[in-house]
Design a protein around this ligand. Structure first.
Ligand SMILES: [Zn+2]
Length: 172
């Protein structure tokens, strides 16, 4: 099965996502006999962070008013989660820094490849733990996909640098 890519989008910069989020909800009421007694359209007055419940900025005006930046985590079709700036940092920043650090280590010619392999094993473990931990809030399917995408990046990197190492050895 082809997996969709995930995007983290600033809501204010994307009209299509704003429209998706703003779409009013439909509430249908039934009476005791199971007959529809009332249908109500509920306009959304605010978009909230799915993690901490704070109101997030949807437009540039909201940002000017001091609301935290709102991000939508989307795939090609759906908005999966809305997160505020703080929650984005908390969830994703540390891990992204850690992956960056690992890629820098890989690119460092002074570091022995065995050391790089050890760090590779370590970071895979950290990604695993991260995804398991946040599954509770962000859901297992989403974290499975995130994990698979990060693993793929790590694998490609270690593979590429591993081959470089072998060429260097053959030439040297
Ligand atoms: Zn939040």
């Amino acid at each position: 099965m082809e997996e969709d890519r995930l995007f983290l989008v600033r809501i204010y910069s994307d009209l299509r996502i704003q429209q998706l989020l703003r779409r009013s909800a439909t509430m249908i009421c039934f009476d005791e006999r199971g007959v529809v007694s009332n249908v109500e359209l509920i306009e959304k007055t605010a978009i909230l962070c799915d993690s901490c419940g704070r109101k997030v900025a949807v437009t540039e005006g909201d940002l000017d008013e001091g609301l935290p930046m709102g991000y939508a985590l989307c795939d090609e079709e759906y908005v999966i989660e809305v997160v505020c700036e703080d929650c984005r940092r908390k969830y994703f920043k540390h891990l992204i820094d850690r992956v960056d650090g690992f890629l820098d280590l890989l690119a460092d010619p002074e570091t022995d490849f065995r050391v790089k392999l050890i760090d590779y094993a370590r970071i895979r473990g950290e990604v695993f733990e991260f995804c398991r931990y946040y599954e509770r809030w962000l859901g297992a399917p989403l974290m499975e996909r995130l994990k698979a995408e990060i693993y793929e990046i790590l694998e490609e990197a270690i593979d590429w640098w591993g081959r470089q190492e072998i060429y260097d050895e053959m030439e040297g």
